[in-house]
Ligand binder design. Sequence first.
Ligand SMILES: [Zn+2]
Length: 215
Amino acid sequence: MRAAGPSQGAKAPSGGGTAPAGASVGAACSALWRDGWYGFARREASPNFGPRPAGALTDLIVVHSISLPPGEFGGTQVQQLFCNRLDWTAHPYFRRIEGLQVSAHFYIRRGGELWQFVSCDERAWHAGPSFYRGRRDCNDDSVGIELEGLEGDVFEPAQYECLGSLCAAIAQHYPIAHIAGHEHIAPGRKGDPGAGFDWPMLQRCLGWDRSAFPD
Ligand SMILES: [Zn+2]
């Protein structure tokens, strides 16, 4: 079992459950993940994914924000979008994104509830044209996490708690070396999660080295 996280300082997952007392780290990890699906997430499979390229090194976590319609929280429209079940006629904004086929691996609601749509072993469709740490097309080798929220606005403590636990768990299973926002991998084209996202708080929560975070 490799050490978790870019600095080996990541905490074990704490949100949503803990490993049985006395269980080895290896046993805890194998119980947490099954074929790229995280045991503490609600699962709703999206058809919007494909295989990662052969030899892809999944070393990046990409943080996003989303709400549908923008700024409205608590509905199920995001899940519907990621599963190609959104009624494009239900709101004027949906007409602007009609036909969009996207997904993310994970979605964290305002209260910290966690959903998973695509196995982390597969390539989800969240990044679009992108470039980071010297490599293009970040969908190939990243895990995408959407936070229910509005770009530029603040996020809830429960979301940071869930995000921190999730990132630590991902880093126990994949060779994560970097974490960045959509705005950092597609600057000028994307702005999420935006200025309201507290990167220093996430860094403190994870205990990862500063070099793993965006400049
Ligand atoms: Zn995004």
